[in-house]
Write a new protein. Structure first.
Length: 336
């Protein structure tokens, strides 16, 4: 079989991959390499220490904040959104619970329906992106969307539901969502380079997100200036290796909660997979992963307990990660 490094290098050359890739097996690193440019205008290369946006990869961290608050008794899975919303977002049904939102079974209307999104680069936020810097400011985006189905009736992937979870976590705890992620997830997981960053003041180690295969146009006008519960945190491939170790070791939430989160709550036949509480699950087998795709961002990080394999692919291009994910997925399926 072709050596893993050689296979990834070839896929990177074919696709023009820009980003970082890491694979570990049984705690031993087998591959860790960066490709492409973090800043095309200045010719700054990506490195294994470059910070990349993760888009919806953030949802798993949001789910862990919420489950951590459940363990503390601050929330319950049966807590209704309405009990914390008051008069805000009146179109959200009174019986929608935390568990419905975690499992994408809330039935609420979504501000960003990915089933109707043909081109991620063409999507623009319905309000000026610089006005989305706190979770409370997202109320304008969440408001006005009619209920799609009764709570609990069916699975429908919902970005707005995870923004709502961040809002509910803030209101229940009295602590800002970004601080909750830092103290309840990043720090116990040892994710030293994981944080929400403003897109209009990125540090030198952060990669710019590019809309196209070439050219200088970035995603700064397409995404909220500061992410929240449904996406936007920046991280590294190394941090997500640390994340999976901490998650399955019960250092973020208890092992019982981990089992609950990675147990199937819904089938997702259109995508040939299942879904737990904040985590994607393989249709068969025990692979668990987080993924995200947005304008100028693509991300996947997977752990398979039965083989002790973990891999992370992060790219600063809209669909850049997927050719590399395909290579790693094939290698994982072949167990070689």
């Amino acid at each position: 079989m072709q050596p893993l490094q050689e296979a990834v290098d070839e896929a990177s050359a074919r696709s023009g991959f820009s980003g970082a890739v890491r694979l570990d097996r049984a705690g031993e690193n087998e591959l860790f390499k960066a490709y492409g440019l973090a800043d095309r205008a200045h010719g700054i290369p990506n490195t294994v220490e470059t910070l990349f946006a993760t888009a919806s990869g953030t949802k798993g961290l949001t789910a862990l904040v919420v489950m951590g608050l459940v363990e503390r008794g601050t929330l319950e899975l049966g807590t209704t959104a309405r009990s914390l919303l008051g008069a805000d977002l009146p179109l959200i049904a009174d019986d929608v619970t935390i568990e419905h939102l975690l499992a994408h079974r809330s039935g609420i209307g979504d501000y960003l329906d990915e089933d109707e999104l043909d081109d991620r680069n063409a999507y623009v936020m319905p309000v000026p992106v610089h006005e989305l810097a706190t979770t409370e400011q997202y109320l304008r985006v969440l408001d006005g969307h009619q209920t799609v189905s009764p709570a609990g009736e069916r699975f429908a992937y919902n970005n707005g539901g995870y923004v709502l979870l961040a809002l509910l976590a803030e209101r229940a705890s009295g602590v800002g969502f970004h601080e909750l992620v830092r103290t309840m997830v990043s720090e116990p997981a040892g994710m030293v380079d994981t944080a929400f960053l403003r897109s209009d003041e990125l540090p030198g180690r952060a990669a710019l997100g590019y809309l196209f295969d070439d050219g200088l146009r970035t995603n700064v006008l397409h995404l909220p200036v500061l992410g929240t519960g449904d996406g936007g945190i920046y991280s590294t491939a190394a941090d997500f290796s640390a994340f999976w170790d901490a998650f399955f070791a019960g250092r973020i939430v208890s092992p019982d909660r981990v089992d609950q989160m990675v147990s199937p709550h819904s089938d997702w036949p259109e995508e040939d997979k299942r879904y737990g509480l904040g985590f994607h699950l393989a249709a068969t087998g025990d692979a668990v992963w987080l993924e995200g795709s947005d304008a100028g961002v693509s991300f996947a990080s997977l752990h398979q307990p039965s083989t002790s394999v973990t891999y992370t692919v992060i790219s600063n291009r809209t669909a850049g990660a997927w050719p590399i994910v395909k290579v790693l997925g094939a290698r994982l399926a072949g167990s070689g």
